[in-house]
Structure formats: structure tokens, C-alpha cells
Design a binder for this molecule. Structure first.
Ligand SMILES: Nc1ncnc2c1ncn2[C@@H]1O[C@H](COP(=O)(O)OP(=O)(O)OP(=O)(O)O)[C@@H](O)[C@H]1O
Ligand SMILES: [Mg+2]
Length: 345
């Protein structure tokens, strides 16, 4: 009989994390905050042919990969299934069919092993990636979250409580990188290709910063910045002028990243918080990482930055958030459903 009230909480549990919200089927194992293994099978190359993620292709790929990726993660961790103390899995937000593959697998495994199932919010996973970087990291800290679907600055006050200090009023930062990539004729996934192109460019194209002026709350707008790039390209085309794509990429990167970095440090200073962390795919951007490190150093703030591979979607971050939930006894019933959307707060 599976009873979620019967589980005892261990100090350093072995947690299997599973992630299948988009085009990555990922599994990872942690013991306490120590990462034992991290495996990903991605359908990105297949998706690239369509210029973006096709949900049905993602679901089919997850179905084929989920068993294999879990086997790989368990084997690389040097454990057997019987050593697993809890199964953490993304239940939202994401593509519903894709989520259901990981969630169904996790439910079956948790039931069979008679261990807690922990349903994790994907975004809380991105925020928790920093816990694996430094075992001693504890709240309070300020988090810069910038991914394909989210852009926010958050004040994590305790392991389970956080406040949203600012965010985007339209597109997310990653979404803007992807759309600008398309305008520049770059392949999916766009963000990393914009970064590559920007390396050979100059910050010389006049573009608006992504910060909403005169707003009571701190708000970013990436839609306006994206439109400015499109307009710049169209105007040049109409005048028969050649555009230097490298310069557009570089200028866009500055306009998209600089305000995020500046405002994150400003939030930490205003709140008197001495630590900054970051998560989400855009945090893999080399220019952003350098700028954030530089500004944090200048302000005497400690920066805890997950490695690039732990910024984009991965299962280690799901296991990390699973650990936080596990330690507070927050287990999920087996009838929990996947959710395409979950509000940040
Ligand atoms: N080096 C990079 N520079 C800029 N952007 C990047 C880089 N690498 C990845 N990205 C962007 O990060 C996003 C992917 O991040 P992530 O996988 O966290 O998003 P998601 O899971 O689709 O969205 P969310 O996490 O909000 O649900 C994409 O928009 C991609 O363009
Ligand atoms: Mg993500």
C-alpha cells in the first residue's frame, strides 16, 4: 500500500531527478547536494529541421528515451534502483504530452520502489540549480532567472519562500534571443548561435535597452527590443544597405543583457543581500556570465553561478529542487497531473 504519509525523511537522500518538459529527456542522481550523475538525450537536432520544437516529435522522442536515460543516470551514479530514496520529476510548466511521459514514468518508479514522488515546478528547478554548485549555499539570495519562457529577478528568502522583484511584461529574454536568431537567419536553438555571431561583432547598432522606463515596478520589455532589431534590418534592406549581422547580434546581446545584470546587482544592494545566483538557459550566455561576475565583484557580492549545462534544461536542477521539497516533507500524491502552465508565484 503506497502511503505518502508513511515516508521517513533521511538527511542525505539519494534522489533521482527526471525532466521532460520540452525537447530534452534528462535524468540525474544526487546524494544530498552532491551530484552523482547527469544524463541528457535531446531531440534538438530533429527539432532544428522545423525551426523550433514540435510537441508531438518531442513526446515521441521522450517515450523512446526515458527508460534509457534513467538507466544511464543510475548506472553512472554507481547505484541501483533500490538505493533511490525519492523520485523528483517536472510536472509543469511545459508541453503537456512531453511532461506526461516523464511524470508517468516517475509515478510508476516511485510506486514500485515505494518511495516519495516529488512533483517539481520546472522554474523552481532552474532556481535550485545553484544549490548544487555550492553545498553551503543557503537563502537569502537574489536570483536572476532568464530562460526561454521566463525573465525575473527574485528574492529567495528561505528554502520555500521567495518574492518576485521584477520581470518581463511581454517576451522572455530567451524568446527574444530565439526570435532575433531567426531574423538573422540562424538555426534553432537560437540563443547560443546569436552569442557565437556576437563574438565577431561590435556594439554599434542603436537599440533600446530592454528596461521599461518610468514603471513603478521593475519591468523588462523584450518585445520592443526584438521589434527594434526587425525594424533596423528592414530599413537597411529598403535602403539597399548591407547589414553586418555580427554587429546586430553583439548590439542586441548588450541591450538584452546589460539591464538584467545591472538590475540584479541593484536589487541585491537595495535588499542588503550579499549573494546572487542565476538560472535558466540565457544564463549560459558567456557575455552575461562575465558581466554578472564583473558587476557582482565590483559591488562586493558573492556570485554562485551554475555551469552552463546546468543553466539550460537538465535533470540535476529538478533533483536539487526535489531535495528542498523532500527535506520539508512535501511529497506528491500519485494522482497529480501535469500542468502546461504554472504561474511563477
Ligand atoms: N548561450 C546562450 N545565449 C543566450 N541565450 C541562450 C544561450 N543558450 C541558451 N539560450 C536560450 O535559453 C533558452 C532555453 O532555456 P531553457 O531551456 O531554460 O528554456 P525553456 O525550458 O524552454 O523555458 P522555461 O525554462 O522558461 O520553461 C532559449 O531561449 C535559448 O535561446
Ligand atoms: Mg527551462
Amino acid at each position: 500500500m503506497y502511503d505518502i504519509n508513511s515516508f521517513k525523511i533521511k538527511e542525505n537522500p539519494v534522489i533521482l531527478g527526471l525532466e521532460s518538459s520540452c525537447d530534452e529527456t534528462a535524468a540525474a542522481v544526487i546524494r544530498g547536494r552532491k551530484l552523482l550523475s547527469d544524463k541528457i538525450i535531446s531531440s534538438a537536432t530533429e527539432q532544428a529541421k522545423f525551426g523550433g520544437v514540435v510537441p508531438e516529435i518531442a513526446s515521441r522522442a521522450h517515450t523512446e528515451a526515458v527508460d534509457e536515460v534513467v538507466r544511464q543516470a543510475v548506472s553512472a551514479a554507481g547505484i541501483t534502483l533500490k538505493d533511490i530514496d525519492a523520485v523528483a520529476v517536472t510536472y509543469g510548466a511545459g508541453l503537456l504530452g512531453a511532461l506526461l511521459v516523464g511524470l508517468s514514468f516517475a509515478k510508476a518508479l516511485a510506486y514500485t520502489l515505494n518511495v516519495p514522488l516529488i512533483a517539481v515546478n520546472h522554474i523552481r528547478g532552474h532556481m535550485a540549480a545553484a544549490y548544487l554548485v555550492e553545498e553551503s549555499l543557503k537563502p537569502p539570495f537574489i536570483t536572476l532567472l532568464a530562460s526561454g519562457g521566463h525573465t525575473a529577478i527574485l528574492h529567495t528568502q528561505s528554502y520555500t519562500r521567495f518574492e518576485v522583484l521584477g520581470g518581463t511584461c511581454d517576451d522572455a529574454a530567451g524568446e527574444a534571443f530565439d526570435k532575433v536568431a531567426r531574423v538573422l537567419g540562424l538555426e534553432y536553438p537560437g540563443g547560443v548561435n546569436v552569442e557565437r555571431l556576437a563574438k565577431n561583432g561590435k556594439n554599434c547598432v542603436p537599440l533600446p535597452k530592454c528596461l521599461v522606463k518610468n514603471s513603478q515596478t521593475m519591468q523588462f520589455s523584450y518585445s520592443g527590443l526584438k521589434t527594434a532589431v526587425i525594424n533596423f534590418c528592414h530599413n537597411a534592406e529598403q535602403k539597399g544597405e548591407r547589414v553586418v549581422k555580427e554587429d546586430i547580434a553583439c548590439s542586441f546581446q548588450h541591450a538584452a543583457v546589460d539591464p538584467l545584470v545591472a538590475k540584479t546587482v541593484e536589487c541585491a544592494q537595495k535588499r542588503g543581500v550579499k549573494t546572487v545566483t542565476a538560472g535558466g538557459g540565457v544564463i549560459a550566455n558567456g557575455y552575461l556570465r562575465e558581466a554578472l561576475a564583473k558587476e557582482c565583484k565590483k559591488a562586493g557580492i558573492k556570485l554562485v553561478l551554475p555551469e552552463k549545462g546546468f543553466c539550460t534544461d537538465n535533470a540535476a536542477m529538478i533533483a536539487a529542487e526535489g531535495l528542498i521539497q523532500y527535506l520539508s516533507g512535501n511529497f506528491s500524491p500519485l494522482d497529480i497531473n501535469a500542468k502546461a502552465q504554472i504561474p511563477l508565484k
